[in-house]
Design a protein around this ligand. Structure first.
Ligand code: PGA
Length: 256
């Protein structure tokens, strides 16, 4: 019922147009026949124009890794959603834990960005997730609940449905430590229940919830097989066309 979505978050690892084109030229023919999965690549701002250009006739869409909540003005160093729209970007990752932790983005800020992205018709991928100490202290659900309340505050039902939620346990990001499929599924169910209680079950059933954190070709299958895991947000393994393709294939398998 929900179309799985696999996003490649390149972070600050590959942002030169030439290398972006090289990777995408390898990926395009590999994923050509995949129609049951949404495939998104999110390179740094510097490579967005080239990326949009090269995927034009393919089934890959381009996302940005961040944006500001204002459309124009004296905001040195920030990027407007209007600029992203104008160059053909369709998705935007918001509130990634690296933005939250390193650049101190709050739930309130992410909420403002989310509302603005939706109003400009950009598809947001909004990230939430707990730190290791929080998990070890048995606080995961409390943290997630608080993030959901604040990050998704005042979204209409339609806006909630359009928002892709990425559950990314911070202790699993870039660490090689993946949440077990059971650990991930437990939180995905919890997130879906929260959406159901804020809106209704029909809305919750439509919201796509990705898992993120050390997804690799070797663990993608078992994660995506879980009923409430609707694809993944992939960092390290999205930099190579072959490994990202294996992960997209794993998501595609679950639709058969
Ligand atoms: P990772 O990153 O796959 O390298 O752990 C995931 C993410 O940060 O979205």
């Amino acid at each position: 019922m929900r179309k799985p979505i696999v996003g490649g978050n390149w972070k600050m690892n590959r942002g030169i147009p030439v290398e972006t084109k090289e990777m995408l030229k390898k990926l395009i023919p590999l994923v050509k026949k995949i129609t049951a999965v949404d495939i998104i690549i999110a390179p740094p701002f510097t490579a967005l124009i080239s990326a949009v250009d090269i995927v034009k006739k393919s089934n890959i869409k381009i996302g940005a890794q961040n944006m500001y909540f204002e459309e124009k003005g004296a905001f040195t160093g920030e990027v407007s959603p209007n600029f992203l729209k104008a160059i053909g970007v369709e998705y935007v990752i918001l509130g990634h834990c690296e933005r939250r932790n390193i650049f101190k983005e709050s739930d309130e800020l992410v909420n403002k960005k989310l509302k603005k992205a939706l109003s400009r018709n950009l598809n947001p991928i909004a990230c939430i997730g707990e730190h290791l100490e929080e998990r070890e202290a048995g606080k995961t659900k409390e943290i997630i609940q608080n993030q959901i309340d604040k990050t998704f505050k005042d979204l209409t039902k339609e806006e909630m449905i359009k928002t892709v939620i990425a559950y990314e346990p911070i202790w699993a990001i870039g660490t090689g430590k993946t949440a077990t499929p059971e650990q991930a599924e437990e939180i995905h169910i919890f997130i879906r229940e929260m959406v159901a209680s804020k809106y209704d079950k029909a809305t919750a059933d439509l919201v796509r919830i990705q898992y993120g954190g050390s997804i690799k070709p070797t663990n993608a299958n078992e994660l995506f097989e879980k009923e409430n895991i609707d694809g993944g947000l992939v960092g390290g393994a999205s930099l190579q066309a072959d490994s990202l393709f294996e992960i997209v294939k794993a998501a595609d398998e679950t639709t058969k």
